[in-house]
Design a protein. Structure first.
Length: 94
């Protein structure tokens, strides 16, 4: 009796387990972001600007493909919409 190869699982059926390092789980406070891009990637720098200080610190940097950035923007828009539906509109000051 021949062994039959196991077919791959259907897309979306594999459960991804994400490990969160305790240091990363604490998070960092940021109050500024800078986005730069090339033809193949976007760089997102998350920055903390201390009031009255002439210097700022990049606390995290993410480098994303254009497709992943587009999915991230969609996820952020969706979540902001849910937040505003529950707590009211977020006003952007000047």
């Amino acid at each position: 009796m021949a062994d039959k190869p196991t077919p791959p699982p259907p897309p979306g059926s594999v459960q991804l387990q994400i490990e969160l390092d305790p240091a990363v789980a604490n998070g960092v406070f940021v109050n500024m972001a800078m986005v730069n891009h090339t033809d193949s990637e976007f760089t997102l720098d998350l920055i903390y600007v201390q009031p009255q200080a002439p210097k700022a610190t990049v606390r995290a940097r993410a480098i994303l493909t254009p497709r992943h950035l587009k999915r991230l923007v969609a996820a952020l828009q969706e979540n902001l919409g849910r937040y505003e539906a529950r707590f009211g509109a977020v006003e952007i000051g000047e």
